[in-house]
Design a protein around this ligand. Structure first.
Ligand SMILES: *Cc1c(COP(=O)(O)O)cnc(C)c1O
Length: 357
């Protein structure tokens, strides 16, 4: 079985080895050292400033999205949400539930975000923050962070980035883009078990927003988490095992360039073109490639799974029979894509024969 999915993904042998070990007791200086090292290495990879803060949550990515919204904003704020798919919509739902006002910039499927979308926003400086899923995983679009960042800087908006499927696949630079909160999760490009999500906060948003919120949640209270992390601890039992997997990943990942998502994405897209398959003409994340297979996408997905033991990511709703999403995350190599392309060609031939007959 080979996973070309977006999370959980094909895991690295090293991660599986770490996973097989006994989980230790964690209120120890040894574990605190691991946590402080995790903090240092994540901040380095994200190029965040040394006074930034970090929160380790035992939750899937959505938990961290919700925690970020409720720890940073309240009824007095007005947010701008880039809604270009399922994950943009999720930010809107979170704000609806918590009574936080927002305006959505709605994009249709495969509509590219341009500076014109942002120019059209009325009274932009009256918003508090801009929320974006930098890779909108339902479409694969990688939004132009430079453009969004300039807009935020000019209008004095805080910038909240869900980089859950982008971290480890695309280049996310917190300092360069002035990102105030960056959300990442264990089961995507890092190829770890699901259950750990991490929020990195600029000192600016921490002092201006987080410290000033009245406490609204026990488990997700960022102030408490940040206070504990000063000594490398969490207020409650963390996902200890995944934090060891994370430590292993962060220490080893730079020497894995040959099979990086960027290289695999480029390789796969070239192969698609050479073999007459199509993908959208918009800026795409290295995390995935949506392959246009209308009206047979579900057929491809099912045959790949049942006959070839290859799992690509199906889509829901209107896109169900239109695309499958092929991931470039975790332990995959070029030859895996050669095999996938060959299987897709065989399936295409079979479908065409059936249609003719
Ligand atoms: C996967 C993902 C999430 C989180 O989903 P969970 O199922 O809660 O882990 C959030 N945002 C984006 C962009 C994602 O790709």
């Amino acid at each position: 079985m080979k996973l070309f999915t977006l999370g959980p993904v094909q895991m690295f042998e090293e991660t599986l080895e770490v996973r097989s070990r006994q989980i230790p007791y964690f209120r120890t200086t040894e574990f605190s050292d691991i946590m402080l090292e995790n903090e240092r290495l994540i901040k380095k990879r994200l190029n965040s400033l040394s006074d930034s803060k970090i929160v380790f949550l035992t939750a899937s990515g959505t938990g961290a999205m919700e925690a970020t919204v409720i720890n940073c904003f309240n009824q007095n704020d007005r947010l701008l949400i880039l809604n270009g798919g399922g994950f943009g919509k999720r930010f809107c739902e979170i704000c609806d539930i918590h009574g936080i006002a927002y305006e959505a910039i709605n994009l249709k499927w495969n509509e590219e975000l341009t500076s014109e979308h942002l120019q059209k926003i009325e009274k932009p400086n009256e918003f508090t923050a801009f929320l974006v899923n930098v890779d909108e995983t339902t479409s694969g679009q990688l939004y132009d962070l430079e453009c969004i960042s300039d807009f935020c800087k000019i209008n004095g908006l805080l910038l909240i980035v869900d980089a859950i499927s982008s971290f480890g696949a695309d280049n996310i630079d917190m300092d360069r883009f002035g990102i105030d909160a960056c959300i990442i999760s264990s089961q995507k490009a890092m190829g770890l078990a699901p259950g750990l999500s991490i929020v990195i906060l600029s000192n600016n948003i921490y002092e201006k927003k987080v410290l000033k919120q009245p406490q609204k949640t026990l488990y997700f209270d960022f102030k408490n988490h940040i206070e504990n992390q000063k000594r490398g601890q969490t207020p409650f039992t963390p996902a200890v095992g995944i934090l060891f997997e994370l430590n292993d990943y962060l220490k080893r990942i730079s020497d894995n360039k040959e099979d990086s998502p960027a290289i695999l994405a480029k390789y796969f897209r070239e192969k698609l073109e050479q073999n007459g398959f199509k993908y959208p003409d918009i800026p795409l994340s290295n995390a995935l490639t949506p392959v246009m297979l209308e009206p047979d996408a579900t057929k491809y997905y099912e045959i790949l799974k049942d006959r070839y033991e290859m799992i690509v990511t199906p889509s829901g709703g209107d896109l169900k029979n239109v695309i499958v999403r092929v991931g470039h995350l975790g332990k995959l190599k070029k030859s895996d894509y050669d095999e996938l392309i060959q299987a897709m060609k065989d399936i295409r031939q079979e479908i065409e024969l059936k249609k003719e007959g």
